[in-house]
Design a binder for this molecule. Structure first.
Ligand code: ME8
Length: 508
């Protein structure tokens, strides 16, 4: 049995949760759930990034204290993740004492390594990125990622982190560990950046009191990115030895806009402190509508809550992960097009293909076998099931989640085609009217139940709630089996249970 520590980015507590945040958390959750179904012991951490300059600014705008703002937003984000079935084991907040303790310890180790020095910083600071931007990065005098925000000229004494020293060790590490940065497009990006050379970065900010005091100084706080990145260690108890139970992390899931922080600054800090590097960083792409944030689009009900309510949380998870390649971007076009493709996937794949298959199979097992699940010989559908499972595992292991979902749905389609071809109603008539043996119908129904049971497990990472219902309607007992137990527990199914329609059709 393996051991898997997976994290996501911690979200800034300066605005509402949106579909982009959700895409990341749902995807990471699908990976965590897949690992559990493989029998791994999983530790899955998400949380909130609650320091930095933007948070007191946003609090002031709302006329409340920063602490009040971050509490409120942490509650809001968490409620959304709970409603979406995100199965996190821990929720780290950077305002927690356990986090401050870890950051202080890490900064001290970096200082002992001789990688911190005092200098003067002059430059443009983008509060939305919480990062300094070089003059030649600016577009029309503004941050290239946040052209709607003013950018501030900043001059201050800072502690600097000797990042420049880590260029060669990082290049060597990336070269020796092809899985360190994935997908490949992101690795190439980082290699190019490193080849261009690295400059030292600020490790502290002065006059930004909302943060973790920089050890050994009066009026400096730890630069928010150094603070935030350390959450991956503080959540597992660093600097106490207990952190070694989970470290090194197996996978940091983050968005493509912050790969530089995760693939350059974070590993450099760890190298400096003499801590092992994470095994892998996955930089997923962006979901958008008309090139912008989904929730910002005018009109249509595109706020996260409304999207989740439209067909329920499982359908939303499925839609996001099936539509958007986990290794790429997806622009849905107009808000109306997003809703149309959501409805289409829901009706065609979930309500029709999957929902109808379940109904048909349960109804036939009841009608022809009084609800008892026959074992029956293998059919071509069993072969298709084994093929689907192996394609599914290959995709899920490579973290191509959209292809994993596709493999499960392909099996559902195969099974529907198999019903039409094997015509169980004719087999039943032949038994009744022509004295035919029971073998053919047993084989047909048995292989259909096996296909549905395998589908329930394969879809659990995407549709955790509905997959459980699917398994239960087949007569299975909780929990949905792990992959190792799938065959035995399917063979142990005795009678179908049936129940309410899995995905009520909705032609809205
Ligand atoms: O960057 N599509 O926080 P954040 C997909 N606090 N992913 C998106 C997205 C979109 N449209 N918009 C944002 C931060 N994300 C820092 C992280 S980690 C130590 C600190 C992703 O709230 C984004 O790429 O701006 C990031 O991974 C996550 O949402 C949080 O973004």
């Amino acid at each position: 049995m393996g051991h898997f520590y997976i994290t996501t980015a911690i979200d800034y507590a300066n605005g509402e949760p949106h579909a982009g945040h959700a895409f990341e958390k749902i995807g990471a959750d699908a990976i965590a759930r897949y690992r559990r179904l493989r029998g791994d012991r999983v530790h899955f951490v998400i949380g909130m990034d609650e320091h930095g300059q933007s948070i007191p600014q946003e609090a002031a705008r709302r006329g409340i204290e920063p602490a009040e703002l971050v509490d409120e937003l942490a509650g809001r984000f968490r409620a959304v993740w709970d409603s979406l079935g995100v199965s996190y084991d821990d929720f780290i907040r950077t305002t927690q004492p356990r986090h401050a303790r870890a950051v202080t310890a890490l900064v001290e180790r970096v200082r002992e390594a001789g990688d911190l020095y005092m200098g003067t910083y002059e430059g443009w600071y983008c509060v939305r990125c919480e990062a300094f931007r070089a003059e030649d990065e600016l577009v029309d005098g503004r941050c290239p990622l946040h052209p709607d925000r003013e950018i501030a000229w900043t001059e201050e004494d800072n502690w600097f982190f000797r990042l420049s020293r880590f260029r060669d060790p990082l290049l060597a590490h990336i070269e020796a560990h092809p899985d360190f940065i994935r997908p490949e497009s992101r690795r190439n990006e980082i290699v190019r950046l490193l080849e261009g050379g690295l400059e030292d970065v600020s490790a502290s900010r002065s006059r930004i009191p909302w943060g973790i005091p920089f050890p050994g100084t009066e009026d400096h706080t730890v630069y928010v990115w150094l603070d935030a990145l350390t959450n991956y260690l503080s959540a597992i108890g660093f600097p106490d030895d207990a952190y070694r139970e989970w470290w090194p992390a197996d996978l940091h899931v983050i968005g493509k806009d912050i790969t530089r922080f995760h693939c350059v600054i974070w590993p450099a800090m760890l190298l400096s402190a003499g801590i092992e590097l994470p095994r892998s960083v996955w930089g997923h792409g962006f979901v958008s509508v008309e090139g912008g944030k989904i929730s910002k689009s005018a009109g249509a009900r595109l706020e996260l809550e409304a999207l989740v309510e439209r067909h329920g949380p499982d359908a939303f998870r499925y839609f996001m992960l099936r539509e958007t390649p986990w290794d790429g971007d997806r622009d849905f076009g107009s808000p109306a097009r997003l809703l149309a493709s959501f409805d289409e996937r829901y009706n065609a794949e979930l309500a029709n293909d999957l929902g109808n298959l379940l109904n048909r199979v349960v109804a036939m097992v009841r009608k022809y076998r009084e609800g008892r699940v026959p074992a029956g010989d293998d059919t071509e559908l069993d072969e298709a099931r084994r093929g689907a499972l192996s394609g599914y595992h290959a995709s899920m292991e490579a973290l191509l989640l959209h292809r994993g979902a596709q493999a499960a749905l392909d099996l559902v389609r195969e099974a529907n085609g198999f019903v039409d071809r094997s015509r169980p109603w004719d087999l039943a008539r032949a038994e009744r009217d022509e004295g035919a043996g029971q073998g053919a119908l047993d084989a047909s129904l048995g292989s259909l139940v096996r296909a549905l049971a395998a589908t329930a497990v394969m879809l659990t990472p995407f549709l955790p709630g509905k997959s459980r219902t699917l398994w239960e309607q087949l007569g299975g007992e909780e929990p949905v089996p792990s992959f190792d137990a799938l065959e035995d527990r399917t063979a142990g199914l005795t009678g179908v249970a049936g129940g309410a329609v899995l995905f009520p059709r909705d032609d809205a």
